[in-house]
Structure formats: structure tokens, C-alpha cells
Design a protein around this ligand. Structure first.
Ligand code: CMC
Length: 432
């Protein structure tokens, strides 16, 4: 709490209320409005949470105007350059970078939890062959609550820790099972001696009939993508995990609700939508026509991979990923990818167009991630699943932070009701 206050005047009664201002370590102050309803009987109204901090958090900081993203205080650029996804997951969950023994223990714990129960694996046969992988992943993560319910006491820190290891270890295995189900290939079991991303590639691409060699750049690019997507403070899916988790629900069920929220094209589904958009545009010549549609309010067409609720200058993740995108395409022999050429031209045209400049719309991380995934041979329907694997680390960190908070309350927003006032039930024969 600071000693700053805001004074609010109720003009009808003349009553004044002082609202305390709270400061974080960095970033805008917040106005503590918790007394408003108790003392004045009013709620605040903020659709889409445009001006509402839903919680206090120590995990991730974003300055949207300056293009800054910090995980536990560390700039994303430094983590992308020097760290690994598992180290970042440790950092997000535990608050500090690990000592070498702590990292080795964490990696060991993750590597020893990679298998999923065979019954869970058999569930995949129940899905239709063309089920969207996000539907399979969301359902399977929710089903984990059936396997780990009695052994999961959310008030027990050790149980919470085991949950964190299990879900971070098993989410690639679940993703791979969804991929194999969709491609009609046999499931490939994890290999614990491999790195997190090496194992992911192995489970995706190995087949029983021939050896599979992991391309080191593919593993490096994936690890970078996972780092960049690992957390993004109170975004829609993380807020969903917090809201579901705040009821005391089984944490696997809470993470599954995050997977579902991530699926939408305005959130994690954007990477898939970018590729669809590029394919629809087809060639550089069609860019002007496409942008004309984007600017036409009645068309409901958006330039996917552009714009962000928080970043109004540039998305720091997009800068990092753009370089990796070029490296992957050049070194993996796909330097003449027409989609990348189209994407770069589209980016150039949009960035010099008044419509996008005036609305502060810049490429976000997903403008490039889909292109990298497709260069690695990952099918489009799996793009958001890749995002979910990364974001699981952030969801777990936020869930842990919330459950460990002794002041945690169930999340329960209020509303401005604009429906009918009280009216009497009419017998059906009397209705007109
Ligand atoms: N293409 C065209 N116009 C846009 C776009 C876009 N991608 N994004 C925003 N606008 C326009 C919008 O029409 C509005 O114009 P006007 O003021 O004339 O009505 C103005 O910009 C403000 O838009 P908004 O919808 O109020 O902004 P928002 O902060 O609510 O939306 C967003 C953020 C990410 C949902 C939106 O920019 C969007 O739909 N982008 C495309 C989808 C996308 O790439 N999403 C991935 C986000 S990054 C991954 C993640 O973190 O989930």
C-alpha cells in the first residue's frame, strides 16, 4: 500500500470515499476498489478486463509500450539467449534461477515422469481419427484428474510439487499421442535420456521401422519457442486456470481449462490462423486486396499474428523469433519457402500502412512461430498444442502462486444486469 489515494465523490449523496493506491515493484499502480461495494453498493464495470488487475503476482512483468517482458525479473532476451526451457520452467515455478544441483534434480524429476498411464493412452483410440489435437489434449489433461485425484491434496506443498513435475513431464507425451492418433502412426514411448525437446521430436517423428535422428537445430528452435511462450502474466488462458483453480478444483482439470481457453484464434490459435491466412493470400500480388478486406470493418477479417492486447509498440518475442525463423529456414534447406517471403512482405506492407500504424498494431510472436513449426514438419493443427506445452509451465507457476496464497479467494466476477426486470410467469395459452 502507498500513501497515495484517489477520492471518489458520490454526487447524489455527497459522500466521499478515499480509495487506497497500491504499488508494485514496477509498472502502473492499481486502485484498490475492494471497499466500493461494501461502502457504496456499486461494482466497477470493465468488460474484457481492459483496466483491471485481477490479482497480485510475482511471476511475469510486461511493459507493453516499451516492449519489455521479464520472467521473475529476467529479460526474455537473456533467457532466450542463455537459458533452456526446463530452467525457465524451474524459474517460473520457484522464483529464482536454480543452482546446478537443483536444475539437475528438476530435470531428473521431469525425465522420470514422462510416461502416461496405459489406460490414458488407450483413450486416444476413442477419438475420431480427425479430432482436433487440442480437443484430444484438453480431454486427456482433464482425464489425468481421474488418475491423480485421491493422491492430490492441493494444500500439501509436496503434492503440488509432484503435480508440477507430472504435468510438465507428461504434456509432451500427451501431445505426441494426439499427433500420432491424427497421423495414424503407432505411439512412440518417451526416451528419458533425451533432452525435453529432443524427446518431443522423437515421440513425434520416430517410427518403429527405422531409426530417427534428431536435428539439433530443430531441438534448439523448439526449445526457444517454448521459452518464449512459457508465460505471459494474466492472459486469457492463465486467468482461466486461476479461476478454475480458485474453486479448489483438481489442478489437472484447471490446466485442461487453460488448454481450452488457449485454443481460440484470438489467443493461442493465432499461429494456426496465420498459416491459414498466408495460404489464403497465396501470393505477394494479393496482399493489397487482402489488406483492403482487413480494413473493411464489415468483413470481420483480421491480419492474424498482428496486434496484441498489451504490446502496443512491439512484441519482444516476435523480434527474437524472427531471427530464429530465418536460421531454421536457411539451415534446414527451406530458404526459398514462399510462405516466409509472403509473410515478410506482408509484415513490411502492414508496418508502413496508416491503418496499422495509427492503431499500434505490430507483429506478435505468432506471426512467425507457425512458419517455424511448419519448417520443422509440425502440422498446422498441432501449432496450438506446441503453445500449450510451453504455457503449461506458466499455468503451473500461477496455479501454485495462487494456491499457496493464504488470502486466496474463489474468483467470482460481478455483472451489470440489463435483462428484464421481475415479471410473472404466463400460462402458455395466454402468451402472445
Ligand atoms: N487486424 C486488423 N485490425 C486489428 C487487428 C488485426 N490483427 N487487431 C486489432 N485491430 C484493430 C481493431 O479492429 C480495432 O480497430 P478500431 O479501433 O478501428 O475499431 C483496433 O485495432 C483495436 O483492436 P481491439 O480488438 O480492440 O484490440 P484488443 O487489444 O482487444 O485485441 C487481439 C488484441 C490480439 C485480440 C487483436 O489484436 C487480434 O485479434 N489480433 C489477431 C489475432 C492474434 O494474432 N492473436 C495472437 C495474440 S499473441 C499470442 C497470445 O499471447 O495469445
Amino acid at each position: 500500500m502507498t500513501n497515495k489515494t484517489f477520492e471518489l465523490l458520490d454526487e447524489a449523496s455527497g459522500k466521499k470515499t478515499k480509495l487506497p493506491v497500491r504499488s508494485g515493484t514496477i509498472g502502473p499502480d492499481v486502485l484498490d476498489i475492494s471497499v466500493l461495494n461494501k461502502d457504496h453498493g456499486v461494482f466497477t464495470f470493465d468488460p474484457g478486463f481492459m483496466a483491471t488487475a485481477s490479482t497480485e503476482s510475482k511471476i511475469t512483468y510486461i511493459d507493453g509500450d516499451a516492449g519489455v517482458l521479464l520472467y521473475r525479473g529476467y529479460p526474455i532476451e537473456q533467457l532466450a539467449d542463455k537459458s533452456s526451457f526446463l530452467e525457465v520452467a524451474y524459474l517460473l515455478i520457484n522464483g529464482n534461477l536454480p543452482q546446478s544441483t537443483e536444475l539437475a534434480d528438476f530435470q531428473h524429476n521431469i525425465q522420470r515422469h514422462t510416461m502416461i498411464n496405459e489406460s490414458l493412452l488407450r483413450m486416444f483410440n476413442g477419438f475420431h481419427y480427425d479430432a482436433h489435437p487440442m480437443a484430444m489434449v484438453s480431454a486427456t489433461v482433464a482425464s489425468m484428474s481421474a488418475f491423480y485425484h485421491d493422491s492430490m491434496d492441493i494444500n500439501n506443498p509436496r503434492h503440488r510439487e509432484i503435480f508440477a513435475h507430472r504435468i510438465i513431464a507428461k504434456i509432451p507425451t500427451i501431445a505426441a499421442a494426439a499427433y500420432k492418433r491424427a497421423s495414424g502412426q503407432p505411439f512412440i514411448y518417451p526416451r528419458n535420456e533425451l533432452s525435453y525437446c529432443g524427446n518431443l521430436l522423437h515421440m513425434f517423428y520416430a517410427v518403429p521401422c527405422e531409426p530417427y535422428e534428431i536435428h539439433p537445430l530443430a531441438a534448439e528452435a523448439l526449445d526457444l519457442l517454448l521459452i518464449l511462450h512459457a508465460d505471459h502474466e494474466q492472459n486469457a488462458s492463465t486467468s482461466t486456470v486461476r479461476l478454475a483453480g480458485s474453486t479448489g478444483a483438481n489442478p489437472y482439470a484447471a490446466i485442461s481449462s487453460g488448454v481450452s481457453a488457449l485454443w481460440g484464434p484470438a489467443h493461442g490459435g493465432a499461429n494456426e490462423a496465420v498459416l491459414e491466412m498466408l495460404e489464403d493470400i497465396g501470393t505477394v500480388d494479393n496482399i493489397p486486396n487482402f489488406l483492403a478486406q482487413v480494413k473493411d470493418k464489415n468483413s470481420h477479417v483480421r491480419l492474424m499474428g498482428f496486434g496484441h492486447r498489451v504490446y502496443k509498440n512491439f512484441d519482444p518475442r516476435a523480434k527474437i523469433i524472427r531471427d530464429m525463423c530465418h536460421k531454421v529456414l536457411a539451415k534446414m534447406g527451406r530458404g526459398d519457402n514462399p510462405l516466409l517471403e509472403l509473410a515478410l512482405r506482408l509484415e513490411e506492407v502492414a508496418l508502413s500502412d496508416e491503418y496499422f500504424i495509427s492503431r499500434k498494431l505490430y507483429p506478435n510472436v505468432d506471426f512467425y512461430s507457425g512458419i517455424i513449426y511448419s519448417a520443422l514438419g509440425i502440422p498446422r493443427s498441432m501449432f496450438t498444442v506446441m503453445f500449450a506445452i510451453a504455457r503449461t509451465a506458466g499455468w503451473v507457476a500461477h496455479w501454485q502462486e495462487m494456491i499457496a496464497d493464504p488470502n486466496m479467494k474463489i474468483g467470482r466476477p460481478r455483472q451489470l444486469y440489463t435483462g428484464p426486470v421481475k415479471r410473472d410467469y404466463q400460462e402458455i395459452v395466454k402468451r402472445n
